[in-house]
Design a protein around this ligand. Structure first.
Ligand code: NAD
Ligand code: UFG
Length: 350
């Protein structure tokens, strides 16, 4: 059993909760810092319940990463072996309208975290990057060496943080940093007890589909059916959030075993699925019909994006296990048990 202590920023969020649960079950002591800007304290309570005998290995601080004093106190009270850094704002459209909010939150939060980590001699980091840094790739699958670009302030914040991490390692080579580029995380824990609960109108495909299925929204708008793909709709690499959570354990173990410097890995399945294929799989899993409305392309969207998984398989010894049928099954299980996420119909923003 592992007896290490990990700080998880943004651990009350969608990917964070699933990862924290897996950390606890693997024996890690886990401290979450989250300002609950896009999450609920109930999610933390549910993770504790799912963790059973390991529940007492989880502690939670409601704090903003930019609050240096609060972060200092957390580092003074606990010695961390590593940090997994999820905390950040992630809505692409909002980032275009409020770039300074995104740069302030994502960049200042990360820089403050890195400074406090360094001051306390904790120099192992796993950072949540994104496939968004591949922009509209010239070919697929995307390998980690592809040229990088950003189509919006959210994506640019990821690119800049990746660069900051490389600079930090170049300056002080006792840092060990893994940048994980997630493709499209979907699904939920098979218990249906934790899952994704976006505030307001969902930006992403599956949370929107899920809200149509529980009749919170009348129809799914399909953004473009004139792409050069199997059925004209955009193709993405959907990955089960439980597989993604496991990818973080693999990354932590990698930080321990070798002198890796600052290294980047894709976390995807390597398979492309179109919007219509995904909708069909969800209809099958849920038994619900999803009404569709065709619309034009969404600005900034790429045609086909999926991962090369070779490097992660080879070096992290990690491979996604689940396909889209399991993703849709678990997403529906969560949605049908929690149609209003962690809230209730009364406090939803519909
Ligand atoms: P999420 O919004 O559910 O979780 C992020 C958490 O960070 C939230 O709980 C939020 O309250 C917290 N947070 C934000 N700013 C904070 C701050 N300044 N201080 C403390 N806490 C703060 O998002 P998620 O889907 O779980 O994503 C986690 C990470 O993965 C993010 O960095 C996101 O950009 C990245 N990512 C997500 C996706 C995706 O599609 N979900 C894809 C690629 C990368
Ligand atoms: N789509 C629709 N209708 C919707 C939402 C999405 O047709 O209501 C389509 C999009 O056009 C795209 C596909 O569904 O073809 C997937 O869209 P998402 O918004 O779910 O995912 P993206 O690949 O566009 O982007 C997401 C996150 C990014 C992240 C990227 C890779 O929003 O922040 O995945 O991880 F970088």
């Amino acid at each position: 059993m592992i007896s290490k202590t990990v700080l998880v920023t943004g651990g009350a969020g969608y990917i964070g909760t699933h990862t924290v649960l897996h950390l606890l079950l693997a024996g890690f002591k886990t401290v979450v810092v989250d300002n609950l800007d896009n999450s609920s304290h109930l999610a933390i309570l549910r993770v504790k319940e799912l963790a059973g005998e390991f529940r007492n290995n989880l502690s939670f601080h409601n704090a903003d990463l930019r609050d240096r004093d609060a972060l200092e106190q957390i580092f003074v009270s606990t010695k961390f072996d590593a940090v997994i850094h999820f905390a950040g704002l992630k809505a692409v459209g909002e980032s275009v309208k409020k770039p300074l909010l995104y740069y302030n939150n994502n960049l200042t939060g990360t820089i403050t975290l890195l400074e406090v980590m360094a001051a306390h001699g904790c120099k192992k980091l796993v950072f949540s990057s994104s496939a968004t840094v591949y922009g509209w790739p010239k070919k697929v699958p995307c390998t980690e060496e592809f040229p990088l670009s950003a189509a919006n302030p959210y994506g640019r914040s990821k690119l800049i943080i990746e660069e900051i991490c490389r600079d930090v390692y170049n300056a002080e080579q006792d840092w060990k940093i893994i940048l994980l580029r997630y493709f499209n995380p979907v699904g939920a824990h098979p218990s249906g007890y934790i899952g994704e609960d976006p505030r307001g109108v969902p930006n992403n495909l599956m949370p929107f589909v899920q809200q149509v299925a529980v009749e919170r929204r009348p129809a799914l708008t399909i953004f473009g059916n004139d792409y050069n793909t199997i059925d004209g709709t955009g193709v993405r690499d959907y990955i089960h959030v439980v597989d993604l959570a496991d990818g973080h354990i693999a990354a932590l173990l990698k930080l321990d075993e070798s002198d890796i410097g600052c290294e980047v890995y894709n976390l995807g399945t390597g398979k492309g699925t179109s919007v219509l294929e995904m909708v069909k799989a969800f209809e099958l899993a849920s038994g619900k019909k999803i009404p569709l409305v065709m619309a034009g392309r969404r600005p900034g969207d790429a045609e086909i994006v999926y991962a090369s998984t070779e490097k992660a398989e080879r070096e992290l010894n990690w491979k996604a296990k689940y396909g889209i049928d399991e993703m849709c099954r678990d997403q529906w299980n969560w949605a049908s048990k929690n149609p209003y996420g962690y809230g209730s119909q009364k406090d939803s923003t519909d």
